[in-house]
Design a protein around this ligand. Structure first.
Ligand code: AFP
Length: 338
């Protein structure tokens, strides 16, 4: 419990969680602190972005075809440099890098693998809208030497931990190790993440639907019927209010707290939609499922999808359980949505 003289720092919380696992070596706990450090550095840079010369697009384009902006590059390196020298990680894979990045040759490879999207929602940077970092932690599956691609290509069911950092009106870190989803708010006056949202539970039915409706004409008739059902109501399904920021972490966080469904379906431009399975879909699915929600690609549970490619995309239907089940039933053709 938080009182003026007793706060639960993320360090205390992680240590308390670690004690539930007597076999734990402390490596995962320390890796989570390393991520907290990266989060604080990125948060500081985001907060100063309008004051320092780090806004605006750089000239490079990342492997997924997005324009990389300066802050993306800084965030990418910040996460890498916070994690790669500690001996806890064997390989890192970032949404911004073409290939996995093994730890340097002079660092002993650790037993964990980290995949991350250093700064998601980059088109929002210049206009001062919330952005986020997403991370996913797996146990290494190969043996000997530096970590490899195979260590990165693991299904969500194998995740050891996952979470996100939201740089919003305050900076929040939300994560799960499979024992519920917990949220921490950065107190900038003491530089610590403090437990502010223990055991987050997403409402069973959401009040919001979040989708880029400008893609309507590119969707299949089924997707159109599903979105129309959320918009207009359908039998027992009540109509919902629309909220769409276009910054995945912010859209997911709002729906996690207030209840809602986020959809990024496939369309005529890309059958697999826009979002990446390993850096966005799987870690966010773990967080949302641990809060009582659900996540599918319209047919399959996101966590069950075995990745074939580091940067593979997936349609994403995620949020309040009842709403995701409704959309998934309709999209997989079991029932009509309207
Ligand atoms: P940007 O990084 O290009 O802003 O894309 C953000 C994002 O990957 C994700 O955060 C959003 O949910 C989604 O794309 C928004 O995509 P649309 O602009 O197509 O709606």
């Amino acid at each position: 419990m938080t009182t003026p003289t007793s706060v639960t720092t993320i360090e205390r919380f992680i240590l308390e969680q670690e004690r539930l696992h007597p076999e734990a070596t402390g490596d995962l706990s320390n890796l989570l602190y390393d991520i907290c450090l990266a989060a604080k550095i990125i948060s500081r840079n985001v907060r100063r972005a309008g004051l320092t010369d780090i806004l605006g697009g750089s000239t490079t384009v990342n492997v997924s075809g997005d324009l990389q902006q300066k802050l993306d590059l800084i965030a990418n390196e910040t996460v890498r440099n916070s994690l790669q020298f500690t001996g806890r990680v064997c390989v890192l894979a970032s949404e911004e890098d073409d290939e996995p990045v093994p730890v340097p040759a002079n660092v002993p490879p650790g037993k964990y693998v980290v995949l991350y999207d250093p700064l998601d929602g980059s088109s929002n940077i210049d206009v001062n809208v919330s952005i986020g970092t997403i991370f996913a932690i797996h146990r290494r599956v190969t043996t000997g030497g530096p970590g490899k691609l195979a260590d990165c290509l693991q299904a969500g069911t194998k995740l050891v931990a996952a979470g996100y950092i939201l740089y919003g009106s305050s900076t929040m870190l939300v994560y799960t190790t499979g024992n519920g989803t917990h949220g921490f708010t950065l107190d900038p006056t003491i530089g610590e993440f403090l437990l502010s949202h223990p055991h987050i539970r997403i409402p069973e039915v959401g009040k919001y639907y979040s989708v880029n409706e400008s893609n309507w004409n590119k969707w299949s008739p089924t997707t159109q019927r599903v979105v129309a059902a959320f918009k207009n109501g359908d039998g027992p399904l009540k109509s919902k209010n629309a909220r769409y920021i276009g910054s995945l972490v912010a859209d997911i966080h709002r729906n996690l707290i207030s209840g809602g469904i986020f959809l990024y379906p496939g369309d005529t431009r890309s059958a697999q939609g826009k979002l990446r399975l390993l850096y966005e879909g799987a870690p966010l699915a773990f967080v949302v499922e641990q809060a009582g929600g659900a996540a599918t690609d319209g047919r399959r549970r996101i966590m069950d999808i075995a990745p074939a490619d580091l940067h593979q995309r997936t349609p994403l239907v995620i949020g309040s359980r009842s709403d995701v089940e409704f959309a998934t039933r309709a999209m997989s053709g079991e029932v009509g949505a309207a």
